[in-house]
Write a protein that binds this ligand. Structure first.
Ligand code: ADE
Length: 236
């Protein structure tokens, strides 16, 4: 899967993505990430990419021309029309389901905004999806884009070493993850739950599910309700 990230801060994006599991996935050719500098497409001779907003108001807006030409230079190299995700707090909220849906794409173009946003006309022209990573406002779309790439890339087959770990994680079954323990058996007076030392896999699985259910009920009643509804539908 290939990610193409349109940004005014390509180094920030590449430094963030070129580490750990994603770096290894890139080395192995499972994914690729390129950060394309929007500024290098501006026709403004001073290198400007922003201007005042019509109608007044504080702050500057990213102009349509450099964004459009940057997008065109990427799209021209691709075999098919790619989805273009604009990261914005005004988008639909990113969830594990969205990550799964996007992980089925071969190419994905991400657009990072800055200043007060981007001229609406270029958004209408090129953007297929508007996504927010949560109900808070950041200074730009770079961190949201990195979060999206991470969440999507780890679902690409082979990116995680352990083929099953993406499936047991929090959210993959609609529940929060159960607590986990490693050595030693006792640390600062706290023992690992006996059942995990029993070697009885059926009992361990049942304990883990019960823990997941309890955690979800306590911490995320919204997810718990959704899970229960789905279970009820399933058993009908
Ligand atoms: N840009 C600024 N804040 C954002 C958010 N919460 N989600 C996506 N893009 C953003």
């Amino acid at each position: 899967m290939n990610f193409h990230i349109m940004t005014l801060f390509p180094d920030m994006v590449m430094n963030g993505l070129n580490t750990s599991i994603l770096a290894r996935a890139m080395d192995r050719g499972l994914i690729s990430c390129e950060a394309v500098d929007i500024r290098s497409y501006t026709e403004n001779r001073h290198g400007r990419v922003d201007d005042y907003t019509y109608g007044g108001g504080a702050g500057m807006l990213m102009q349509a021309q450099p964004v459009y030409d940057c997008w065109r230079s990427i799209q021209e190299r691709l075999p098919q029309k790619a989805r273009v995700v604009y990261l914005t707090p005004a988008g639909r909220v990113f969830t594990q389901e969205t990550a799964e849906e996007l992980s089925r794409e071969e190419e994905l173009i991400l657009l990072c905004g800055h200043y007060e946003g981007i001229d609406e006309r270029v958004l209408e022209e090129i953007v297929t999806d508007e996504i927010s990573i949560g109900d808070y406002v950041l200074t730009g779309g770079e961190l949201p884009a990195m979060i999206l790439v991470d969440a999507v890339a780890r679902l690409v087959p082979g990116v995680l070493n352990n083929g099953s770990s993406a499936e047991t994680d929090s959210f993959q079954n609609g529940l929060l993850e159960y607590p986990q323990y490693s050595r030693p058996e006792e640390w600062r007076g706290r023992r690992v739950p006996e059942i995990l030392l029993s070697g009885d896999h059926a009992k361990v699985d049942a304990w883990r599910l019960a823990q997941s259910l309890e955690r979800t009920k306590q911490r995320r009643p919204d997810l718990y309700e959704k899970y229960q509804l789905a279970e009820r539908e399933h058993s009908c």
